[in-house]
Design a protein around this ligand. Structure first.
Ligand code: ATP
Ligand code: MG
Ligand code: MG
Ligand code: MG
Length: 483
């Protein structure tokens, strides 16, 4: 089954259960001071959960573009290292606003996976919230009793607050949840250790795919929990992980969501993905980072968030620079190339996300310019670092020198450390951190000035009808020019 078919099958299934299909909200959040990027499908429905907005349709389904690079859910460091966390990913979801609850949510999730998608029941584990005395929260025996009808009890795992109590951020709607995990190990491996003991242990082949959240509380600013006016269901399934399961792969990057991008990176950089050997692993990580980050950056730009030096724009710039640096260091790319992948991405995902087609030129141009300017920085930084090494009077390079490179020339500190290590030198990390802290203190004292380095040429906000009258998305069409 192709990823396209998987996405539509999910939506069709919930449509057949009287859900209305709505489009994804933008990934870049403009009107919520508690959140920079959409990190889950439920974000756009926050006001319904809180009872601040009248609900017209009580059952909704969609695929939501999410970005987890900041705040409570930050997966950036995992991306590329593992094979199932992305910066940008799609979250498939179904919602009940004050209507059905645990019974239907669990029954339908089970029906979709095992009946419609024909997932082998023997690879599935589920979890329930074990309760938490410090917050006076009970164990979710209700969910346990429903799961028992479908799954043998040795496959129902108790989960703690970290894994089985879902919270969007420090504030907002939250509640206990039940998760569905898959065990994709070989039967040989399964015979050695039970999958139950590997759930939530960061095992690359025992992976969470779906989270069914039973939204019952609101976390207030003072951290206390208050009961919501009604009970809701909020589910989120990682689309790329579901594709991995249904396409019989052991990595999200081996599904057709990523393979066209990876083939393109291989062709453009003349490297090979999946080559064993000592440098092979580094090359693989770099290729995963680049194909992942390209998606995050392309979707952000399509949503009107361009790279800049402040706020959300800075986060996007750093993601892109991370990709450029991985290419520079491990794929030996000294010329811009990431922008070339935009065509493949927009061809592959443009039907589900038409903004990738309409904004294709903008995305391509912005990425190419960013690549050019950061590669120049890297080149200059290398020359300066060479100078530092040549004039060094000991094998330890001072934190102050490294900080100068970082602060004045934008040369990434981990690259400095890497090069120094390769040349038999050491970096005084403590000294560097001290300088960094000093700078933070200085900028905290100074007044904050918001300056992006992309000038807005026109900024037309268009109200677009997207399904029915209570859910109206404002689509911003913005043109930019680099200044
Ligand atoms: P994990 O424990 O694997 O980090 P999570 O518990 O943080 O996942 P949820 O917040 O429950 O994830 O989100 C719902 C679903 O979204 C998960 O079950 C998973 O399939 C998917 N998901 C979460 N984070 C990512 C990510 N960084 N990349 C891809 N899919 C993700
Ligand atoms: Mg997580
Ligand atoms: Mg989890
Ligand atoms: Mg989860």
């Amino acid at each position: 089954m192709t990823s396209r078919e998987i996405r539509s099958k999910f939506l069709d299934f919930f449509e057949s259960k009287s859900h209305i299909i709505v489009p994804s909200a933008p990934m870049v959040v403009k009107d919520d001071p508690t959140l920079m990027f959409t990190n889950a499908g439920m974000n756009q429905f926050k006001e319904y959960f809180l009872g601040n907005k009248p609900v017209k349709h009580h059952r909704i389904t969609d695929t939501q573009k999410c970005l987890r690079v900041s705040g409570k859910h930050n997966d950036l460091e995992e991306v590329g290292m593992d094979t199932y966390h992305h910066t940008m990913f799609e979250m498939l979801g179904n919602w009940s606003f004050g209507e059905y609850f645990k019974k239907e949510a669990i029954e339908w999730a089970w029906e979709l996976l095992t009946d419609v998608f024909q997932v082998d029941k023997d690879i599935l584990y589920v979890s329930v919230f074990e309760g938490d005395a410090s917050e006076d929260l009970d164990r979710d025996t209700e969910a346990y009793d429903i799961w028992k009808q479908f799954v043998s009890e040795d496959r129902i795992i108790n989960g703690n607050k970290k894994d089985n109590f879902w919270e969007m951020g420090d504030q907002g709607p939250c509640g206990p949840c039940s998760e569905i995990h898959v065990d994709l190990r070989s039967s040989e491996e399964k015979a050695k250790v039970s999958g139950a003991s590997l759930v939530n242990q960061d095992h690359p082949l025992v992976v969470e795919i779906w989270n069914l959240v039973f939204m019952q509380f609101n976390r207030k600013a003072d951290k206390s929990l208050e009961k919501l006016p009604a009970q809701h269901v909020d589910t989120g399934m990682g689309f790329e992980r579901l594709c991995m399961v249904l396409q019989n792969k052991q990595s999200n990057y081996d599904t057709d969501v990523f393979t066209p991008l990876i083939r393109e990176v291989e062709a453009v950089t003349k490297t090979t993905y999946g080559n064993p050997g000592s440098s092979g692993e580094k090359v693989d990580i770099a290729i995963r980072v680049i194909s992942d980050h390209l998606r995050a950056v392309a979707f952000s730009i399509a949503d009107g968030q361009l790279p800049s030096n402040t706020g959300a724009g800075y986060v996007i710039r750093r993601i892109l620079r991370r990709a450029i640096r991985y290419g520079f260091t491990f794929l030996d790319t000294k010329e811009p190339f990431i922008y070339k992948l935009v065509a493949t991405l927009s061809k592959q995902m443009g039907d589900a996300f038409p903004e990738l087609i309409s904004e294709k030129n903008l995305i391509t141009n912005v990425i190419r310019e960013e690549e050019q300017s950061f590669l120049r920085t890297l080149d200059q930084g290398l020359v300066l670092l060479e100078n530092v090494i040549e004039t060094a009077d000991s094998k330890t390079i001072s934190g102050k020198k490294a900080f100068e490179l970082y602060d004045t020339f934008g040369f990434p500190i981990d690259l400095t450390a890497l090069i120094l290590r390769e040349r038999g030198y050491e970096l005084d990390t403590k000294g560097f951190e001290k300088e960094l802290q000093k700078q933070k203190d200085r900028s905290r004292a100074a007044t904050k000035v918001e300056t992006g380095d992309w000038e807005i040429l026109s900024d037309d906000a268009v109200e677009e009808f997207v399904g029915y009258d209570t859910l109206v998305t404002t689509v911003k069409i913005t043109r930019y020019r680099k200044v």
